[in-house]
Structures are given as structure tokens and as C-alpha cells.
Design a protein around this ligand. Sequence first.
Ligand SMILES: CC(C)(COP(=O)(O)OP(=O)(O)OC[C@H]1O[C@@H](n2cnc3c(N)ncnc32)[C@H](O)[C@@H]1OP(=O)(O)O)[C@@H](O)C(=O)NCCC(=O)NCCS
Length: 429
Amino acid sequence: MGRDAVATSLPLELGGGLVLKTAQCPADLERIAQLHGLAFDPAAAVATRVLALGYPGLRPQDFSYVEDTATGEVVSSVCLVPTVWRYEGVRLNVGELGIVGTHPDYRRQGLVRAQMRWFDRELEARGCHLASIQGIPFFYRQFGYEYIIPMGHGYELNPERVPEPLEADAASSVRRATEGDMPLLLEYLAAAQASLAVSVERSAETWLYQDDPAREDDEALDTYLTLEAGQPTGYFRVYRREMQEPHRQGVVIVEASPLPYRSSLAALRLAKELAANRRYLKAIRLSLPASSPLMWMAAYLGGRWQQPYAWQVRIPNAVRFLKAIAPVLERRLAGSFLAGYNSFLRIDLYTDTIELGFDRGRLASIRSLGPIESRAVRLPWWAAWQLWLGHRSREELCAWYPDARVEPALQPLIDVLFPKRESWVFPTL
Ligand SMILES: CC(C)(COP(=O)(O)OP(=O)(O)OC[C@H]1O[C@@H](n2cnc3c(N)ncnc32)[C@H](O)[C@@H]1OP(=O)(O)O)[C@@H](O)C(=O)NCCC(=O)NCCS
């Protein structure tokens, strides 16, 4: 079997003495960690160990790797981290492509491409609704990924612009959250995400893993609780360690519940204190949904807007995804002037046409018709994903892509089913 083979079982011979396998034991994970130490830097070896040994529910078999049988060395690896996102309350199983790396001497030989076939089969076997990656620019487009949910950057705020406390601020305080705060934190997380279309679902276990004081990798987080007159008002989270990469310099506030005014200022003051000890940049970065009150505060205080990056997302099976979100689509329809809609909607993705059958407002059937031409609604598949996930409106997509077209009479239906909405996915790993 060669590098292009779509194998049904592993190990798989890739030719040239290279074999594709999945990890089976901690010793394999350690070899993978050492590979990432070489593919990236020593910090990546630490990050791999933390993820592989600590992420709740992750198994050795969730890591694939390529071994050079001549040396016994691991020369490339990818990882599927099972995470859960929410689409207006509906749970979506997501396969997040974790640490991806190839030894410098083995690059551009198709080793990641071979493992992406394993990854895709795993997505199918696990019934994943989405695949995601917080990855390097462009590379994953080659595997059918599209930039969809914004992430990173946001505002950069000069700490000098955070005002000193007034008398009225005396009752506001901030303290490190503890394990005992977890039920409250989970409530605040729900409040933080209530207005978002797509968001993350996080267990207490994953939260504690992210905040583990023993963690020494760059993704470790610290959670702070804000209080007024001793009563909790919300929380925010920062990366424990600063990194040299521009988007991780300074203090990065990467998650927050909607904080009241004085708690927002208290949070920014705490960030200002932390920023004073940062090495690369003594600044505060807010990497949060634009609707977060902390973002408004940063804007009022003169923060500089920085264009966000984005999650790279793939919908491996359109029918499976649309079936999962069908209750949301039915709810949107019921709340609109199209309530009781009773017909078929065909969406031609050019590679496949998906038919949604409505029966008095209920989505009675969703099926693939194969690559048949259907002119009423035509969207290249990546544009359809942007629409379905609420990232861009029908109007924006049709203005941007000459091959995206929706017949005028069907435009209201598409707009009601797939409105543009804000999404944000707080840290998953
Ligand atoms: C990026 C990286 C993982 C690619 O690994 P690889 O084993 O060389 O990848 P492959 O050979 O399977 O490449 C797949 C395709 O991408 C292309 N490609 C490889 N590296 C690329 C890069 N850096 N940018 C764009 N395309 C690239 C290949 O030419 C190939 O195209 P083809 O199949 O059409 O011929 C590897 O260069 C690496 O480890 N880099 C450092 C760590 C890193 O950045 N990891 C990704 C973090 S998200």
C-alpha cells in the first residue's frame, strides 16, 4: 500500500520503510511528544505530554503517527481530540485536529496527508458533526477546511489606560477561582454563551484540566472570579504564560462572562498588574466575542482593534450536520412568517445536492441526492458551511462568490433558516 491508500485498518505501510499506526501506550505518546519537540520546539513536547496524559477522555489511540522502521523513530503525528460544540443548544460532536507535526527531514512527503485520511475515517466512525483546527494559515485548506468561527486577537489595550480605582470601586474585588466555584463558573459560562450561535460545551473536568496548577505548558489557563461587596458577579480567564508569538504577548484575556461595569474595571486592573510582569509586551489583549462587555470597556478605554484569526472548520457529512441542527431550523421557521412551510428545499453544493423536506414546518426529511444540478439554490460547499454556521449571510455570500446564487423567491426561506449570528468558541484544549 502506498501513501495515497485509503486503508481500513492500521498499521499501514506507506512505502520507503514508513508505517502509519495509532499510539497504543504511554511509551508511544512519549515518542510522539519527542517528535513534536523537534517539529516545533521543546515547549511542544511539554504541550503534547500535557494533552496526551491529561485531557479528559483522550486515549492513546486518538494519536496517529508515522514510524520510520529503519530507525524506529516517530517522524510525523496528528491527533483527534474529541470536543463538543453547541449550535444554539444542540450538541455537536467535534473532532479537533490536535498537535500536527512532521520531522523536518520528512516534510513534503505526504505524511500528514496520509494521516488526514485516518483522521477523516475516524470522524466518520465517531459520527462527528464537525472537524476543527486552530492551525497555521492556509495549510488545512488543502484538506477541505474553511475559516469560519473567529478566534484570537480582538483588542490590545495599553494598561496605562486602565483607570486607577475610585472610592466607588472599593467594593469590587477579584480572586482566583477554586474547584468549589465550579458550579457557579459553569452557570456563568452558560450566561457568557447565551447569545452565541456556535459555542463550546465544557465539562467541569475539562475546566479543571485547563486550570491545573501543575501545568507548565503554554495553553494553561487561570480563572479569576469577580466580586462586588463579596458576592460573585462573574469570571474571566487568562493564559498563565506569555508566549513570544505576537498574538500571545502580554496578558491575554481569553474568556469572560458578561461582567457588570465595576467588575469589568476590576478585571482590567488585575490584568494591568499581571501585564507589569510580562516580558515581551506589557499590554492587555482581549480575545473575546465582540458582544462581551469587557470588549466594550476595552474599546471605551482606547484599545486598538486587531483583526481576529479564525477556526478552520470542516463539515464531514452535510446530511448528518443538518439533521443534528434540524430542531434549531424548525424553531427558526416556526418563529417567522414562513411558519408552517410545506415544500422541498434543494441546496446544490456543486459536489452534492442536499434536499430538505418540510412538512407543515417540520423537517420531515434531509437527504443527499448526489451531484444532480438544482439551480434554485447553488452554493459552493464551503460557502454553504459559512451560511449554515451563521458566519456569513446569504446576501454576503452571494455578493462575494459569483457561483453562489439563490433564486429571489427562496431568499426569505434561506434567510430565516440561516441568519448571520455571532459565534465564539472559548478554549477547548
Ligand atoms: C506543516 C507540516 C505539519 C506539514 O507536514 P508534511 O508531512 O510536510 O505535510 P504533507 O507532506 O502531508 O503535505 C500535505 C500537502 O501540503 C503541502 N505542504 C506541506 N507543507 C506545507 C506548508 N507549510 N504550507 C503549505 N503547504 C504545505 C504539501 O506540498 C502537500 O501538498 P500535496 O499533497 O498537494 O502535494 C510540517 O511542515 C510541520 O511539522 N511544520 C512545523 C510544525 C507546524 O507548523 N505544524 C502545524 C501546526 S497547526
